[in-house]
Design a protein around this ligand. Sequence first.
Ligand SMILES: Nc1ncnc2c1ncn2[C@@H]1O[C@H](COP(=O)(O)OP(=O)(O)OP(=O)(O)O)[C@@H](O)[C@H]1O
Length: 774
Amino acid sequence: MVGVVGAKDLPAQPSEEEFRLALRSGLILCYVINKVEPGAVSKVVEGPCDSASVPDGAALSIYQCFENVRNFLVAVEQMGLPTFEASDLEQGGKSSRIVNCILALKSYNEWKQKGGNGAWKFGGNLKPVTSGNGKNFIRKNSEPFKNSLSRNISMNETSMNAQLVETENNKMVGLHVHGLANAASGYHRVLEENRKLYNQVQDLKGNIRVYCRVRPGRLNSQSVVDNIEEGTLTINTPAKYGKGCRSFNFNKVFGPSATQAEVFADTRPLIRSVLDGYNVCIFAYGQTGSGKTHTMTGPKDLTEDSQGVNYRALSDLFFLAQQRKDTFEYDVSVQMIEIYNEQVRDLLATEEIRNNSQNGYNVPDASLVQVASMYDVIELMNLGQRNRAVGATALNDRSSRSHSCLTVHVQGKDLTSGNVHRGCMHLVDLAGSERVDKSEVAGDRLKEAQHINKSLSALGDVISSLAQKNSHVPYRNSKLTQLLQDSLGGQAKTLMFVHISPELNAVGETLSTLKFAERVATVELGAAQVHKDSSDVKDLKEQIANLKASLAKKEGDQESVQHKVSGSPGGKLSSHSPPNLQQEDSFHEPKNRRKPRADVGNAEVGKKSRLRQKTQSFDLDELLANSPPWPPVSGPGEAHLEDDRDTGSGDWVDKVMVNKQDAARCWEAENDGISDAFYQKYVPDSSKLYSEQSYTIFEGGNGFETVTTDGVDELDAATSDSSDPDLLWQFNHSKLPTMSKLNNNSNGKPTKSPDLSCKTLNPLLHRCISILKP
Ligand SMILES: Nc1ncnc2c1ncn2[C@@H]1O[C@H](COP(=O)(O)OP(=O)(O)OP(=O)(O)O)[C@@H](O)[C@H]1O
């Protein structure tokens, strides 16, 4: 009988929607009875059954229950329904089992419809007593039972008829909702398109991209996050911070349930950029314990799914490089450093290189390790992680006490044109800001916290200056800002992941973090530029090499003639030569100089044992210079240009950040005898310190020399700026003294190596040319 109702009112092959509605209203009971034969139901079962009152898969369970009561019970249990006594259902023949199963479900539905409070108990009053088919089952039963059964059935019919009416209404509502959903999805499409366009405009302007990630809340804590929608995060601010809701807009907001893969998906295009020769910086910012390390590296127990941005970025890089292998040959190497208590430390050094020097800026040699596969990278990153300064605070039992930076250098050679692209990527996990009272730190931890907060505040100052397009940007106030200078003030593509903790007790830090992040998003870096070394440049370099060789030869000849004439090494020609050029005369490159990256090798090695670790001259300047060292002159309207101009806009000079004020400081430092290796390398000519058009080059042993920009000719232009990367690379790295060498100097005073920057190159080339001119 029950089946008759179903047969009358339901189509033989209901649509998914009809099935769903029937499921919701309980009509499915009739339907299932009616459609007992396999196929009819199973087809629908595979469709969506997003019922509010009957969980997904209910239909499958109902179907299964015809076969086996135990299956039904298991399915019911799997659906999260309360279980009931199997004995209630198992007795009797197939039909009685079916009826009981159905009544059990029916009873469950009714209980749900009434609000589902308390524990559900099987409310069926049917006691199956006989075996046989359904007809026998009903016919053979006692009068009271029959009455009870027919009462039940007629009640069911009435309620089902009512439910059918409701179903009609539901259909109408369903259609209406469907229309609304369509409109909403259209609206979201428009929003998405707007956001894409907005992002494109931002890219063109070179804005720093900001993605916000909300960590899952701690157990039993109240969340301040009111709403997350695409790029908007709304925070419920408590009275203390001006009660109400405050919204923040970012390029993207990831909620607590966002997976590592989802977070990385929006970062992926940047990885492609590195291979195309752009500089990229991805850094994680946020209060301590807000999830920075989780995003950048992953949790302590790492699995493939939980790997953070660092691993995924490198993995993608190798994947893309492999995809392009027919057209490009890539060479990838990595460095890992940390800035701990304002000291830069190498995280990949296999020996203990922890700095215990007392004299301030003391940087160990940093290892640049060529990698050929993810395997290499994972090994290195594990090593780096182990070496990282980590400590427990009240807010995070594995708090990073330093800023860490994984730098990836990529050189790609276009196999067709011979052009070389150089990209560099900084992946920075900043130490978390913390309120020392909250994190309950003391002693060393307190000192660390103070350093961390100080450097983050220096970062804030830099961001403010950039946002306001100030002429002076105080990069030099911390190692962190020096490290990020290229990325914040150069033509890099920069992405900041800002992290927040959703707990109410962190709302103060959350709001200030979000305000800071909004500020960061306004910083315009100018459109990023690709770093490409064309074959023209290669020709020029060859010419320079020839000139150098000829110069060396000619000078050697002249000197020997001079010796013969004067009989002394301090002969006439020599004494008239500019003092530092005497030191640099033949451009001999030191034995330990870094090889041009093209010589380093290619990315074919894949085994652990073949990791090649090169320890080389390093300090922060070098780290910075290790990014392709020739970002071209900045685009118009950029705040940092001012600083560049101060220092002659030369890219390399830009990197060492010597501006007038800094130069003055260098000079003071020098004269005060302050042992500061950073300054020691870049000692200005005091007499020319404030001359508008003068550029300082380095002490050559006998004094200082200053080169003016006047009369820069074509050759200068070709060799002094971004177009001559390899030379700059060599000179920057070859002639700078290593910090370890500086520290080991027997008289305790650092040696001032003669240095050659792009600026020193120009007069030398002039000189080459003048000497070589007939
Ligand atoms: N999105 C997330 N999903 C799951 N767990 C997370 C998430 N973000 C952070 N956590 C967990 O929260 C804790 C703190 O995260 P994490 O160490 O990454 O914070 P942090 O910002 O790097 O802190 P600090 O600045 O002190 O180093 C860790 O146990 C981490 O696994």
